[in-house]
Ligand binder design. Structure first.
Ligand code: TXA
Ligand code: MG
Length: 319
């Protein structure tokens, strides 16, 4: 049984599991989160696999404090003011990633920004202390299902897909955190949540712009201009690749090839491939190749999200 009361001993074990790259569901003041080490690409890939998410949305990284946040991202004066006002609590700030953040690329879905929040729930804080890692955590439900406010909701939805579910009763807010980003023109709300625009305006003295397309999929990341798209033309299902094209390979059967090549997973493991995807696209793009040829990648399981992302990368140039 994965569900256990959130005792000190259980939280300490959960911290070990996070450090070992496993998934742990835990309560926050908003909803239960499905947590993994945000610096471990394969652990983060397991989140997408467990949720059966057909797309790689960037995830929220949970840290213990503003100081811990500053080690991962650049925090300007305005962001610091918001953090001081609302943290710990249900506000997520989208901030520029530090080059040496140590975060995996998948957690940001290849973006140069990262969404960070400091949760107020004592169990979430205790887990962060035990793990000593930034913890990526979307809501702990299957993709398309409602967010869990009880541990047994997580059990029903994800069951054996998580190593442990820390049970601390009902979450108090029951609604996800508010996601904001700071632009030249002011505070932009990317996802409505527990903190209202009025709360934000009262704290900043600035008007809040809403950048919404509703629900769990707001203006980020697909619609954001900043979403990483390679400069190179991307050609899918290319076997064999055209001469001179950089090759994004998958699996053991790689065709003979004369230009740059990165294999997402020589063993054909979709979790490993997902973990490597964004860094590989960037690295092949950086070679200056005009074309990135992508070998066929299976579409089942995580392969669906991998193919979705590659199709977007391929479409970016033709659109
Ligand atoms: O209350 C919550 O926020 C819960 C609990 C577990 O903390 N977590 C949660 O995480 O809802 P998640 O990963 O499902 O929410 C991520 C949201 C999405 O709307 C996503 O598009 C946005 O944050 N987001 C994440 N990174 C972003 C980025 N770099 N730029 C823009 N939006 C981003
Ligand atoms: Mg969700």
């Amino acid at each position: 049984m994965a569900m256990v009361p959130a005792s000190a001993a259980a939280i300490s074990r959960a911290g070990e599991l996070i450090r070992a790259g496993q998934l742990v569901a835990f309560p926050t003041e908003t909803v239960y989160g499905l947590g993994a080490d945000a610096s471990n690409g394969e652990a983060v890939a397991r989140i997408f696999a467990a949720k059966a998410r057909p797309r790689f949305n960037p995830l929220i990284v949970h840290v213990a404090s503003l100081e811990a946040c500053e080690r991962l991202a650049h925090v300007d004066t305005r962001a610091r003011a918001l953090a001081r006002h609302f943290w710990p609590g249900p506000l997520t700030l989208v901030l520029p990633r530090r080059a040496a953040s140590g975060l995996c690329d998948l957690v940001s879905a290849g973006l140069d920004t990262v969404a960070i929040r400091v949760p107020a729930h004592p169990v979430a804080q205790a887990l962060l202390a035990a793990a000593q890692r930034p913890i990526a955590a979307p809501s702990a439900n299957r993709s398309g299902h409602v967010s869990p406010t009880l541990a047994r909701h997580v059990e029903a939805d994800l069951g054996e897909r998580v190593a442990m579910i820390l049970d601390a009763g009902a979450t108090t807010l029951g609604l996800e955190s508010t996601v904001v980003t700071l632009t030249q023109t002011g505070v932009v709300m990317l996802r409505p949540g527990s903190i209202t625009p009025d709360d934000l305006e009262a704290a900043t003295g600035e008007p809040v712009t809403r950048a919404l397309d509703g629900g769990d999929t707001p203006l980020s990341p697909g619609q954001l201009a900043s979403h990483y798209a390679p400069r190179a033309r991307v050609v899918l299902d290319a076997a064999p690749p055209e001469p001179g094209a950089a090759l994004l390979a998958f699996g053991p059967m790689v065709p003979a090839h004369d230009a740059a090549m990165i294999n997402l997973s020589p063993q054909g493991d979709l979790i490993e491939a997902a973990a490597n995807l964004f860094a590989a696209l960037r690295a092949l793009d950086a070679t200056g190749a005009a074309t990135i040829a992508v070998m066929p990648i299976p579409t089942q399981g995580l392969g669906e999200a991998i193919n979705d992302r590659l199709q977007r990368a391929a479409a970016a140039r033709t659109a």
